[in-house]
Design a protein around this ligand. Structure first.
Ligand code: NAD
Length: 260
């Protein structure tokens, strides 16, 4: 990544007033949570077709496997702390330029970093709670995970006995309607969409930045590797979110004549 690219991105950022930050698993890898598609990521170790929503619904065996592997995913997620990439997004909000964060992440780290919860749109749900698929009662993930640790192989709703599932969106599961509609509405009204740490191959989430560009917004992509949207971007920054995002904000603020 060149200094010229940072300079170009900072110039765009310094002029933007309604920024939609679109984040993916890459913003959280520096917090120790593996992404899905980098070498050594989750899909190098597991077969995604084994973890579809349909399998979870239709087979007790699939649910047992899901919950037995859940410790592997949940532990690093709850023990992780936000990193300078998340902090940079908080700085953008405090600067008054952030419209919202549309995140594919399920780790809650934007909120833990200090981003206002009402500005975080979780497109793929959250791993921090669990719901009964029958009566919709919501439970804390911590509480349900403790039951699993204590030996309950497939936890059931204590109220109605229904199947319980973490509030994450699995493959094959419908997207949350309100969040999806809101994400597209915000994207269509922003003046800059800033992608941080996403491969932009998971749809329909990846259509959010496309909607922003189609509506006339600028696009900056900060990611560790190529994405299918790189050609549509005004600037592509190749690097680590936790290193590049803070630099970019600092430079944009300097260009806007402000100090951090
Ligand atoms: P992805 O795994 O498809 O892509 C992550 C991208 O981030 C890659 O292109 C990689 O090059 C880049 N990256 C990795 N580390 C980076 C860093 N330090 N700085 C900048 N870029 C970096 O992730 P995705 O696009 O979010 O889609 C995967 C799906 O997986 C999403 O639906 C998401 O819900 C889920 N997921 C979430 C988490 C989480 O909540 N932290 C973790 C894994 C997967």
């Amino acid at each position: 990544m060149t200094e010229q690219a940072i300079e170009q991105a900072a110039a765009i950022l310094s002029r933007a007033k309604r920024i939609v930050v679109f984040t993916g698993a890459g913003i959280s890898t520096e917090s120790g949570i593996p992404d899905f598609r980098s070498p050594g990521g989750v899909w190098d170790r597991f077969d995604p077709t084994e973890f579809t929503y349909q399998r979870f619904l239709s087979s007790e065996d699939a649910r047992r496997k899901y919950w037995s592997l859940s410790k592997l995913f949940y532990e690093p997620l709850v023990s992780a702390n936000p990193n300078p990439g998340h902090d940079a997004v908080v700085a953008l909000e405090r600067w008054g330029r952030l419209d919202c964060i549309v995140t594919q992440n399920i780790d809650g780290l934007h909120q833990r970093a200090g981003s206002s919860p009402d500005r975080v749109i979780e497109l793929h749900g959250t791993a921090l709670s669990v719901s009964c698929l029958s009566c919709r009662k919501r439970h804390s993930r911590e509480e349900v995970q403790a039951r699993v640790e204590a030996g309950e192989e497939v936890p059931r709703c204590e109220g109605c006995g229904g199947i319980m599932k973490p509030d994450t969106i699995s493959f094959g599961q419908p997207m949350p309607e309100r969040e999806t509609a809101e994400a597209f509405r915000r994207a269509e009204n922003c003046d800059l969409c800033w992608v941080i740490g996403s491969s932009l191959v998971v749809t329909p989430a990846a259509h959010v930045p496309v909607a922003a560009v189609n509506a006339g917004a600028k696009l900056i992509i900060l990611n560790g590797s190529e994405t299918p949207l790189d050609e549509a971007a005004d600037v592509v920054l190749r690097g680590k979110a936790g290193e590049v995002a803070p630099r970019l904000i600092e430079r944009a603020r300097a260009l806007a004549g402000e100090t951090a």
